[in-house]
Each structure stands twice: as C-alpha cells, then as structure tokens.
Design a protein around this ligand. Sequence first.
Ligand code: ADP
Ligand code: MG
Length: 697
Amino acid sequence: METVPEMFGANVFDDRQMKARLSEKVYNSLRRTIDEGKQLDISLANAVALAMKDWAVEKGATHYTHWFQPMTGVTAEKHDSFITPAPDGGVIMEFSGKELVKGEPDASSFPSGGLRATFEARGYTAWDPTSFAFIKDKTLCIPTAFCSYTGEALDKKTPLLRSMAALNTQALRILKLFGNDSVHMVRTSVGPEQEYFLVDKEMYDKRRDLIFTGRTLFGAKPPKGQEMDDHYFGIIKPRVAAFMADLNDELWKLGILAKTEHNEVAPAQHELAPIYSTTNIATDNNQLTMEIMQKVASKHGLVCLLHEKPFAGVNGSGKHNNWSIGTDTGVNLLTPGDTPYENAQFLLFLVAVIKAVDEYQDLLRLSVATAGNDHRLGANEAPPAVISIFLGDELEAVLEAIENDTAYKGEKTAKMQLGVDILPVFKKDTTDRNRTSPFAFTGNKFEFRMLGSSNSIACANIMLNSAVAEVLQGFADKLEGSSDFDKELHELIRDTIKEHKRIIFNGNGYGDEWMAEAEKRGLSNLKTTPDCMPKLLDKKNADMLISQKVYTKAELESRCEIMLENYVKAVNIEALTMSDMARKEILPAVEAYASSLAETALRKKELGADISQRYEKSVVSKLSSLADLIYDRTDVLDEATAKLKDIESIEEQGYFIRDEILPKMAALRVAADEAETMTDRKYWPFPTYGDLLFGVR
Ligand code: ADP
Ligand code: MG
C-alpha cells in the first residue's frame, strides 16, 4: 500500500513534476509566471503543455478540460480528448500550448446577468498557472478563469485574482514604509473549514425535497435531536469513518491538504478542515473538496448534503473562512511581531481590517447571502446577520490604551508608544473562545464564520481582500507623504480605532441584547438575500470595487442580478416541490391512513353497539381537518407561485419570495408536519427526520 507522502499530490502536475519534466529554462520561466504573475510566452506554453500531456497520458488520462467556476456556484468543465488523427489511420495524443492557455467554451448557457448581450455568447477560459493542473476521472483539468470576449469576468476566479492583486499592491506600499524592501509579493491565505451532513442513499432517494432542493421541506421533529450534545467530537461511526478515510485518500491524491475531521453538533453532521493555502488555490481546492465529498459518499451508499439547512430544528452547516495576509518572505502580517516596528506594522494591518470590515459590512454580508444561508444567519446557531469583530480582551485592551493614550494595564505601567514599545504576547488560547462572533481574530488570522456550507469561498474573499486593499491604499496615501512617520502612524492608528470601534464586540453574538446594541451603534442588519443584494450597487460599494479594479460596473450589475435570480429560482423550486409532495404524497398518505381507521371503526360498529370507536373517530377527525388545511394551504401557495412570473423586476420577485412565498411554505409545512405525528409510520410516504438523522451507523 502506498504511504501518504507517496500518495500525496499523485494526481497533480505540481512543482515536483514540473521540475522533473521541464528543461531548466522552461521550468524557471514557468516559476516566474507563477511567482510574479508574469505572462507565459507561447513557445514556453508549448513545452509545458507537452510535458503536462505526457504526464497525464502516463497516468491514464485521455481527455483534458479547462476547469472553471461560473456564477452557478459549482464548477464547470468541457472535455476534449487528446486524440489527433495520424497519417497511418491511427491516432496520436496531442495537446498544444494554445490549448493549455486558452479555451473557448460556449458561454451562452452560463449565467451572465445581462452581460451576455454585450458579448454574443462567446467566452474564453484562460489558464491560472498559480493553481496546479490535476487529473480527475481520466481527465487533465486545467484551472482557468472564464471571461467574455470583451473581457468581462463571467466567473468567480477572475475577480478573486484581481482582489488579490489589489491587496498585494497596497500592502507592498505599506511594507515599504516600514523599511521592508525584501518583500516582493503579499498574498492572502485561507483555510476553509467545511461542514456537511451524511445521509443514507436509499433514504435520500425516497425524498424528492432532498433530491430537488438539497433540503427537507417537510419533517416533524424526531423524539431525539441534538439536545444530548452527544454527537460533537463523538466517536465516528464505522460507515462514516470508512467514508472519511476514502475521502482523505482522494483529496490527498489531488494535493489537497485535508487535515482535521470530526463530528459536528447535529446528528449526522461532520466537518473537514484542510491546512490553509493561498486564497485562489484554497478556493479551487474547496470546490474540488465539495465535489469529491459527494462522489466518495455515493461510493459508500451515502449522500453528502452541502445545503446550509438540510433539517429544521437542528444546526445547519457553514464554512469558516480562516484568513490571513502573508509575504513571500514567510511573514504573517497578522502576527504580532518581536520588535517595536513589527508591532506597529501589525497594528496598522489590524486596524486596516477593522476599518475595512466596518465600512464594508454590507459587502461582507451580501457575499454570503443565498436562499440556503438565509435559514442560518440570525437563527441561534450561526453568527447573526449583523457583522461585528471579536478581538479578545487582551487585544481590545491594547487598542483602548492606544485610543485613550493611557497605560496598557496587563503590561507595564507606562503608556504604549508605537514604534518604541513592544506588544504583549497574545496567547492563541485566549483569543479563540468566542464561537458566536461572525468575524473573530484568532491569534494570527481572522475567522469569517458567516459563509454557508455550499458557498464558493471566492465571494467572501473577493470582498474582504478588496475592502482591505482600499483601506491600505488610504493609509499608504497618508503615510507616504508624512514628515514625521512615527507620529503620523500613531495618530492614524489611534484615529482609526476611534472611528471604527463600534464594529468591535466581544460578547455573545447570539443574544437579543446584542441586536439592540448593534442597532444603537448603527451597524447594518440585512436579514435576507433580497435585503442584501441591491447593496452591491450602492455608490460607496461600487466605487470601491471599481476603483480597486476588481469589478466593472457591468460586472457588478450582472452579479447582483444573478444572485437574486439564484435566490428566486431556488425558492421557486422549493415551493413547487412542496406543493407536489403535498398533493401527491402527503395528502394521499393521510387519506389512506384515515380511511383505514374509518374502516376499522365501521367494522367495530358492526360487532356491536357497546364497542367504542372513540380512538378512530378522534384521529380521523383530526386528520381530516389537517388534510383540509394542507389542501387549502397548498392552493394558497400555488396561487402565490403562479403570480411570481408576472412580477417584472428581479428585485421585486425577491421581495415577493421573502414576504409572500416563504411564509406560505412555512404554513403548509406546519400542517403537514402535524399530520405526520398522527399518521401510522407504515403510511408515511418518505423517511422521517429520525430515519435520516440516525440512519447511518
Ligand atoms: P480551530 O479553528 O478548530 O481552532 P485552527 O485555528 O487550528 O482550528 O485552524 C482552523 C483552520 O485555520 C485550518 O484550516 C487552518 O489551516 C487554518 N489556518 C491556520 N493558520 C492560518 C493562517 N495563518 N491563515 C489562514 N488560515 C490559517
Ligand atoms: Mg475554526
């Protein structure tokens, strides 16, 4: 059997393969392309393509594809085989530099939010050489960006790369001010912790709500839920352990650093965390991880649910985006340093993040807004829809001391002088305890906890990188012209704390008191996707994203439209599925059971007047009322869904879904779930919550 180091990256054309298979000249030039973002010229691309193809064919690959991330949220691929006819009637396997660096998929079937009109459905994909090519299902996959012919981004990778470039430019300016000339590149890194549910495939196949929408639309509360807290970090069941072992192998072969796995809070819920990597790579890897999870689950007779809220009444699934900023010289800029200057530099980056999060709360919030995630944010299981930053008591005390020019209590009695004094050492342990904060400092990184489990992490990181770049730009503009650097730096940090401390909150983010307090502080509280999305086009936000060259105006408009469209479509499918299940499965089941009880009652009556039919009559009566209610509420829901297509603007459709459709779905569910509690299990048409949540052993 292969050892893990032997297996790791076996299906990746990584640096080891490049070094072994490319001439020194080609290798060095490719390395420069990767490290410095330089263009790769076509003769070099030909050499790389040849080596890549030979490697892939040796590993059994027959096809290649440009692998990209359109705005559907999942990845896309179009396979071409390597075969080229040879003069002798046979074929040879070929792959050119041109095919490596550029592809031309038909863009017309991907969401473009109005951009389509401007580019006549033609699009192209371009290789992102910083993310390694890999083999999946006998296909060489080349990570690419996806753009229209006129250059508009039609995907999530392009703006992500642009946001990383923006942050790099501005962070380098700041580092220069601190005398850091040896740094050539600043990159953000992310470690995304991924939550998911596993359910039995046979049961899943009987639930059309899971099949069509990824979540249960009906289901009475089971006798046991998560109240015993006996699942979190509990012993992993054999079937799940076998799945996890297999998953690790598959991920390792793809060079994905799967590291930690454990049971989560809800029954049947689990988590996987990789070791962090550069943001665009982490994003590619997370998309792959989600795909491989589903594939491996299916091999084990399981289904992996990535929906944010597959079950009402138990915790939903999120994704924690652990984010830091680092240099190519190996320094994490969010780590308090050893020297006074390093500390001052750390504090400047820290307050930059604080200011960025405060000024662009709405962008961060909307970057995680989907129909699925709306069920989590604001419920008492995930961070609220209000964004705040948790810093921990120690760091907050330091900032307070700077703000007020007072002594920092934990340390010496003298006032803290930036650029002169060093900071106390923060223990990670004391900074990582608040699980209710949407945005927590955890010692040397920030953990953004609002992402939904099925979200691409690209969106959140695009907003985060861009906002921080914008703030750093302002800082650099100010400091570059200063005559007394230390003094102005101190004032800048102090003033930034003063202006933005309202975003800092160390308490319980789930409490009602915090909601009241947050409102007093003027923090934004965007509860649903239709509330969020229009904010993307607010002048302040659009100006920033355009000026950082992350999005164009047209790209922003298209994103806003697509996100709303996704929301409307997702809920519309849910409403249609509910109605269908109510009419064709639930009502017939309730009727069949009621009829069998009525039959029994009649038989009993025949046996003699002294035999009671109280039980049958009572249940039949209740079920009949509930059947009427289910029937009426299904009608009401159908009427509302029918109106949807008459509403012209996508924004109005979003509000209609929020205010009219979702409440009607909830009402229908209440009646159906109550009927479930009174109906013989044998009659119930699909597996129950109890079956699903405790069915994998
Ligand atoms: P936990 O949050 O469970 O305490 P850790 O804090 O150790 O666990 O790590 C959670 C995730 O954060 C992992 O994916 C880890 O690789 C990632 N991580 C650790 N350090 C950094 C960093 N400097 N930048 C980005 N991600 C990081
Ligand atoms: Mg964590």
